[in-house]
Design a protein around this ligand. Structure first.
Ligand code: COA
Ligand code: AMP
Length: 637
């Protein structure tokens, strides 16, 4: 078996050596990386391949992730160093926690969880906005060996309920609500609904009361108030767990409506993230690092919380938007105020800033000289945005590619090893540990420059998914069976003659809206439930700001009489109530029929090409070419 990146020389000695070492001396490479982590029993073996294609990392290692993120820095004498800076543009407040203070909060909240009945291996759903309590709750779970599952605040009650049903948590940790520009998002009615919908609701509900949002634990029988509970709690000691024990479950969109529960282990995760901070991001103990994402996404898990704290850096947690809170200078303010060394954000945030302040006039008001690099991921960094932001900041702009499943970068320009020349539109080269390949539909490795399915040769490196929560079968069928020996990324793209990876987009029904991953299948299921809708297709079409947005095409039941505006308003409301505002569903077009193949498959790709005014060929398998032609006329394609 071969991958496009095997035995390649890229021209940067330190990168080439690290990559080759990770492939040829895998055991020693990862055991050396593991030495950066504090273990109660250090691993003697890196990879357990006895159940291939399902692998386990550091099978005999024992550790605690919270100890590595907090205790060991305090023990080493760095208790006074800043661990977390919470900067809220929404409430105009900055709160700072040293490592010692954060450890104290986390240890006491671990006591609250224990008192609420949470034990080793139990799940805890965390449904919190971007407040420090989100990181505290995550680390407290890690401290007692519980498994957290953070649910993004933009998801509505049914999505929260679906995750509760899959993870079967003992407790849910939430807040009275979140703050969006011009609107308060009340969480408690949603939590209440989700608990009603869930088949096995958790027994404990803990609520952080925010002054800005109505509602509190007191309004609900038996719910606990965070502040009261933590005031009485005694700090608890960490519980050591096996490296292979789960640290968290994070649900992500797949091609079906049911989200996939990506499982991350403790040991491989700690080793990989600790390796990534200096080597990919050039971030070291004491450096100030800011990931402008949300703890509800994988980027937030890995690089707001775990990565920077495992390294002993200072992490910024920002509650606000790139624009409108109060203006497009918000990011520059945060960078200058906290002397930030590097920023990691999604391209859509840069596009939003550019749209609001095309000449970057607001940048001139701030001293951002501390900033050494800007990292982008979550969606393709289009060359136009790359050029603009590189030019206004005058620092390297580093695109890197990864996904919820991998938990850290698959391809990047490794700033801590000798950086490589940047090519606009490419996240550069495979990260050590990842043997990236591009294969055709039959699984044959294609020539450089030829587009195909991007795959990663097994085993994946440490820190990547251990599987899907209690569903090995779905793990295998979703990722491992399409091309035996490889992990299927679901992305298509190519590797050029210099070994640079180019990621062009998803090859499945997953779409990426403002850096948020959504399933068109899930949106279709909601739209199809409208009483006037006979059938529908939802596709991701190009959006200048958000990269993509969902666009719905509906065929009405014969005899259904509904005004287009009413239909649209009702469908938009249904998607908002069932999935959440984050779905950004606004486009609805009624069509006489949907183009299909003779076997009844909707031609979504062709529909997308027509909607985006791209060239397309009429598939030979089409059932009725007239339907496609009519759609093209209707959409002006
Ligand atoms: N809780 C509740 N609602 C939320 C939410 C949250 N945590 N996050 C977003 N929403 C809501 C928004 O308020 C908006 O509601 P609206 O339809 O009533 O306006 C809706 O979900 C869509 O949000 P979004 O797609 O984010 O669009 P936006 O217009 O509010 O903001 C950007 C656009 C580009 C400024 C914003 O998407 C952004 O900052 N993106 C950065 C992307 C990012 O961090 N991605 C994480 C992966 S790296
Ligand atoms: P998520 O799981 O939400 O992180 O989304 C992962 C998906 O986002 C990937 O499979 C890609 O389709 C896309 N993605 C993430 N980062 C990049 C990038 N740097 N370039 C292109 N696509 C990206």
């Amino acid at each position: 078996m071969a991958s496009n990146s095997d035995a390649r020389t890229f021209g940067s000695d330190s990168y080439d050596n690290a990559f080759r070492d990770s492939v040829e001396n895998r055991e020693s490479f990862w055991l050396t990386a593991a030495a950066e982590i504090e273990w109660s029993v250090p691993p003697t073996v890196a990879l357990d391949d006895s159940h291939a294609p399902i692998y386990r990392w550091f099978p005999d290692g024992i550790l605690n992730t919270c100890v590595n993120a907090l205790d060991r820095h305090v023990t080493a004498g760095h208790g006074d160093r800043l661990a977390l800076i919470w900067d809220s543009a929404m409430v105009g407040e900055v709160r700072r926690y040293t490592y010692a203070e954060l450890l104290d909060e986390v240890s006491r909240f671990a006591g609250v969880l224990g008192a609420a009945g949470v034990a080793v291996g139990d799940r805890v759903v965390i449904y919190l906005p971007m407040i420090p309590e989100a990181a505290i709750a995550m680390l407290a779970c890690a401290r007692i060996g519980a498994v957290h599952s953070v649910v993004f605040g933009g998801f509505a009650a049914p999505e929260l309920a679906a995750r509760i049903d899959d993870a079967e948590p003992v407790a849910i940790v939430t807040a009275s609500g979140g703050l969006e520009p011009g609107r308060v998002v009340e969480y408690l009615p949603m939590v209440h609904n989700a608990l009603e919908l869930a088949a096995k609701p958790p027994t404990a509900v803990i609520v952080k009361d925010r002054d800005e949002v109505p509602g509190s634990a007191a309004d609900h029988d038996g719910w606990l108030d965070w502040d009261d509970a933590i005031a009485d709690a005694a700090p608890v000691a960490p519980v050591m767990v096996a490296a292979t024990d789960p640290l968290y479950i994070l649900y992500t969109s797949g091609t079906t409506g049911k989200p996939k529960g990506v499982v991350r282990d403790n040991g491989g995760h700690a080793v990989a993230l600790a390796w990534s901070m200096p080597n990919i991001y050039d971030i070291h103990p004491g450096d100030v690092w800011w990931t402008a994402s949300d703890v509800g996404w994988v980027v937030g898990h890995s690089y707001i919380v775990y990565g920077p704290l495992l390294t002993g850096a200072t992490t910024i947690m920002y509650e606000g938007k790139p624009v409108g809170t109060p203006d497009a200078g918000a990011f520059w303010r945060v960078i200058s105020e906290h002397r930030t060394k590097a920023l990691f954000t999604a391209p859509t945030a840069i596009r939003a800033i550019r749209k609001a302040d095309p000449d970057a006039a607001l940048l001139a008001q701030y001293d951002v000289s501390s900033l050494e690099a800007l990292f982008a991921a979550g969606e393709r960094l289009d060359p136009d945005t790359f050029e603009w932001v590189g030019q206004i900041l005058g620092i390297p702009v580093v695109d890197h590619w990864w996904q919820t499943e991998t938990g850290w970068a698959i391809a990047a320009n490794l700033r801590g090893l000798a950086p490589m020349p940047i090519k606009a539109g490419s996240p550069t080269v495979p990260v050590p540990g990842y043997r990236v390949g591009v294969v055709d539909a039959e699984g044959a490795v294609v020539a450089p420059g030829t587009e195909g399915n991007i795959v990663i040769e097994l085993p994946l490196p440490p820190g990547t998914l251990a599987g899907l929560w209690q569903d090995d079968e779905r793990y295998r069928s979703s990722y491992l069976t399409a091309f035996p020996g490889y992990y299927l990324t679901g992305d298509s793209g190519y590797v050029d003659a210099d070994g640079y990876v180019f990621v062009l987009g998803r090859s499945d029904d997953v779409i990426n809206v403002a850096g948020h991953r959504l399933s068109t299948g899930r949106i279709e299921a909601v739209v199809a439930a409208h009483p006037a809708v006979a059938e529908c297709a939802v596709i991701g079409i190009h959006d200048d700001l958000k990269g993509q947005r969902p666009s719905g095409y509906v065929v009405l039941k014969s005899g259904a009489e509904i005004e287009p505006d009413t239909l649209r308003a009702e469908l938009v409301a249904m998607v908002r109530n069932e999935i959440g505002a984050v779905a950004s569903f606004r486009d609805v077009t009624a069509v006489p029929a949907l183009p299909k193949t003779r076997s009844g498959k909707i031609l979504r790709k062709t529909m997308r090409q027509i909607a985006d005014h791209e060239d397309y060929t009429v598939p030979s398998t089409i059932e009725d070419p007239d339907v496609l032609a009519a759609l093209a006329r209707q959409l002006g394609g």
